[in-house]
Design a protein around this ligand. Structure first.
Ligand code: NAD
Ligand code: ZN
Ligand code: ZN
Length: 391
């Protein structure tokens, strides 16, 4: 089959790899019909390159048609249309029973101390081949895949694999009071969807912050009050001014390890993320890179007693953290990967013809899988939004 394979930093290629087969009774094989490209793939493309192995198949946002099931997979049958969550969880362990599927004790890679195994996330999360491919082996298929109706376009359901539960959890963790205010840093697919979910769930004021004009326009078109970082010297001051001087009740950070300071900065950034804290800071300062470009303003802009919800991924060290400021301002911090299956029952009813979250038109473009390398390049340069690859 054809798959999108990592070869080196900023070097992915679509090439022939072996077809997946059932290895465990709890496996299924899915023929992938649509598969997303995500900001998390960009970390592997660049910042996390030192952890990658040439030959890794990328991707973690698939849906498709069940081809084959193992003997222990009794709820799925060949021909079923399914969305596959990005994390692999058993549904039965201590963590899964508590809705913490990201911490699944059955699939976690204990030696590394990481959480549940993920598709397409190299040895960092279990070396499970990814979903930017024609076929996918799905471990723990007795629990993971979400069966969806055969009617409606793929795009209506696809984002259940990642973007929707990630945005949903971001809003949940943000604890926005009814009618309250939230600032969302980063208007990539995750941040934009978080804005939509926040509005849908009753936030009174949603402020979206980014530096890409097309992304700001898209958010503004759906009622988000946008702030363009290119036009601001003081983003914290601007957000305070927009919220009665106090700052918003909540801040959602949807940026993560972002490399947008040019090639030199991003190369240095890729190194500093994995050095001990003080060395990382020194190297970052020397390079003029603020690795925490969105985390520090989040801490500064949220109102006293407010909550910061991090969905952006931070690898390695992120210190110095201003502990006195966090303590004195009584700020709550919540974070982590989205526990996908936990939020599916709340999100699924919203995926119908009335489409309150606008998922049907959410993709910026659809491309054949063979064009993945070009899609990665353009998505990294923020020249496009959510890309859906069609194997
Ligand atoms: P993306 O790279 O397309 O979006 C990031 C956006 O942040 C871009 O639009 C960029 O212009 C903007 N940005 C950069 N620096 C900024 C700053 N200082 N202030 C405000 N905005 C800034 O990626 P995405 O697909 O939207 O993903 C965003 C983050 O969410 C990534 O870190 C990704 O790994 C993470 N993520 C987490 C989960 C989870 O389970 N928690 C799931 C999916 C993605
Ligand atoms: Zn993703
Ligand atoms: Zn489990």
């Amino acid at each position: 089959m054809k798959a999108n394979v990592w070869h080196g930093k900023r070097d992915v290629r679509v090439e022939e790899v072996p077809d997946p087969v059932i290895q465990q009774p709890t496996d299924a094989v899915v023929r992938v019909t649509s598969t997303g490209l995500c900001g998390s793939d960009l970390h592997l493309y660049e910042v996390l390159a030192p952890f990658m192995t040439p030959g890794d198949v990328l991707g973690h946002e698939p849906m498709g048609i069940v081809e084959e099931t193992g003997s222990a997979v009794t709820d799925l049958a060949p021909g079923d249309r399914v969305v596959v969550p990005f994390q692999i969880a058993c549904g039965e362990c201590f963590m899964c029973r508590r809705g913490l599927q990201t911490q699944c004790e059955t699939t976690q890679v204990r030696q590394q101390g990481s959480g549940a195994a993920l598709f397409g996330y190299t040895k960092l999360y279990g070396s499970v081949p990814g979903a930017q491919a024609e076929y996918l082996r799905v471990p723990q298929a007795q629990y993971g895949p979400v069966r969806v109706p055969h009617e409606g376009p793929d795009d209506r359901y696809l984002y259940l694999s990642d973007v929707l539960p990630t945005a949903w959890q971001a809003v949940e963790y943000a604890g926005i009071p009814p009618g309250g205010s939230v600032a969302v840093l980063g208007l990539g697919p995750v941040g934009e969807m978080a804005c939509r979910v926040a509005l849908h769930r009753g936030a009174g004021q949603v402020i979206g912050i980014d530096l890409v004009p097309e992304r700001l326009e898209r958010a503004a078109a759906r009622g988000v009050q946008v702030l363009d970082l290119n036009q601001l010297d003081d983003v914290v001051g601007a957000v305070r001014d927009a919220t009665a001087g106090r700052g918003p009740d909540s801040v959602i950070e949807a940026v993560g390890m972002e490399a947008h300071g040019g090639v030199v900065a991003s190369l240095l950034q890729s190194m500093v993320g994995f050095l001990p804290g003080h060395l990382a800071e020194r190297a970052a300062a020397k390079a003029g890179v603020d690795r925490l470009a969105a985390l520090y303003p989040a801490i500064d802009m949220v109102r006293r007693g407010g909550t910061i919800s991090l969905s952006g991924v931070y690898g390695g060290m992120a210190d110095p953290m201003p502990m006195l400021k966090l303590f004195d301002r009584q700020i709550e911090l919540r974070m982590g990967q989205a526990n996908v299956r936990r939020w599916v029952p709340e999100i699924l009813p919203l995926l119908g013809d009335d489409d309150p979250l606008g998922v049907d038109d959410f993709a910026a473009e659809h491309r054949p899988l063979s064009e993945a390398p070009d899609a990665y390049e353009r998505f990294q340069r923020k020249e496009t939004g959510k890309v859906v690859l069609l194997p």
